[in-house]
Ligand binder design. Sequence first.
Ligand SMILES: [Zn+2]
Length: 172
Amino acid sequence: MKITECEGYKKLSASVESDEQRGSGAHDYRGKLAWTVARAEHYAQKTGLSAIDILNAWEKSRDYWYMNYYQDANQPEIKGDNVRVFDTVEDLKAAIGEAKFRCPSCGGVSTNPYECNASQDCNWKSYGLFGTMGKGANVFVKSELRGQEIFTPVAWEHDNAKVADESDHDGR
Ligand SMILES: [Zn+2]
């Protein structure tokens, strides 16, 4: 099957066509469709999954306008270790260990990876307008065909610090 024949593509391209017909021409709807297919193919290449399965899963979970849903912040390019890829949710949980996540806003330790519960004053949410302000972690779970941005697990901070430390030494 070609990707243009799958359910996800049909649903997305129907939305694009309807926007084009009503369209003000203010947005590049067709360009977004091409971007989305290219990004699904990129994810397929990086994870060994099928681009069709990925696009179908994205379209199934999409509950708002595709022009906002499909963007680098939500489906980041997988390069280096900016996105950690796991086979299953169990593998992800094992890598996180104890449920401790660093809140990007107050710096406290939250037991919830999406909503800060470190203090009563902080109500920061990883899916809020500013996400995790670049201080979170992107994970992709192959069995779920889904990626998410979460607060950085405390267990991973040591790894991140090590990487930062190593790059510090490069310039000396
Ligand atoms: Zn907080």
